[in-house]
Design a protein around this ligand. Sequence first.
Ligand code: NAD
Ligand code: GLY
Length: 354
Amino acid sequence: METLTVDLPGRSYDILIEKGLLSRAGELCRHALPQAKKLFVVTDTNVAPLYLERVTAQLEAAGFQTASYAVPAGEGAKCVEQLNELWERMMAFGLTRTDAVAALGGGVVGDLAGFAAATVLRGVDFVQLPTTLLAQVDSSVGGKVAIDLKAGKNLAGCFWQPRLVLMDPNTLDTLPLSTFMEGMAEVVKYGCIKDGEFFAYLEERPSREALMEGIEYILYICCNIKRMVVELDERDTGERMLLNFGHTLGHAYELAGHYTQWSHGDAVAAGMCAAAHLGERLGITPAGTAERLEKVLSALGLPTRILCSPEQYGAAIGLDKKGSGSTISVILLEELGRAVRHPMDKQVLLEELR
Ligand code: NAD
Ligand code: GLY
């Protein structure tokens, strides 16, 4: 089993990675939550038929009294109505401050269940059992929990670190290919921003089958990078912003596709390519970097270019928002494996993107 420890003052926790680990969920959650008697499991309607029964049986065998609730699958569940549903169900279950919540699912379940745990009874412990590639390499680690508002994604939330992150790569076998590849956009991002050797490793594995052969190593490398970044900057005021490589421009593409044409992973993939081209034009990124990046992403079936209007770029970089300042920190690559924050005037950036 691969183990990483996220070392934060008073809130350190382990990330455990191993094929088949869900079958040890009971004993491992018991170890992380020695005082909890009740565990409220949050999942979604796709994940429940696949894994819920197995996990709750494990938890019960380890002495937890459990209740569960499956939210409707999809981003729409990250809403105040589902949050309220969870709060009420947790109270009906008799959850107390020494009990805990488990998030079994993708990033939607993790963000929603984590925010419910952070807020119910002024905060109870929670554990992450991520079942998508995106949740395993990104959202389950680092303690960002949130719901969406009409005004935008993740606008109501907080930092609430889990007590344990337990990931079983076998759960990825049941993911649709497109959902797996969405997660791969984030995996490639880690190579770009922090680990050139890892990027080269990914270049040699252009298929899901080849990637799954090394999946424990892949999860370990990505989680280790996220661990280091979160330890340096838990509250996202500096180093953690490097994780946004490709995301600001990706946001423009999500807007351009009205949040339906392109998945988040598609938009991030094209956003990383646009950022690599921008860096090359500005003389910060070595020539040929964008080409290497495009080759890896294309092999995975991810888009490398998405058309978008200047207005949509403007909205994504906050040009239309009063009081958001005239400069923006763009994440660029000094080389494959090393990202930097590069402050730019928003108007100049917009001209470059045209
Ligand atoms: P998701 O949770 O919607 O899962 C994607 C789809 O896969 C869903 O339909 C889900 O039901 C299904 N699914 C999950 N596990 C499965 C499995 N093992 N087998 C079959 N189907 C399965 O989406 P996601 O991509 O995991 O997460 C996206 C969310 O994560 C967004 O809301 C985003 O804002 C959030 N996010 C949060 C952070 C953070 O730091 N907190 C970071 C990145 C993204
Ligand atoms: N996914 C970005 C972050 O955790 O900061």
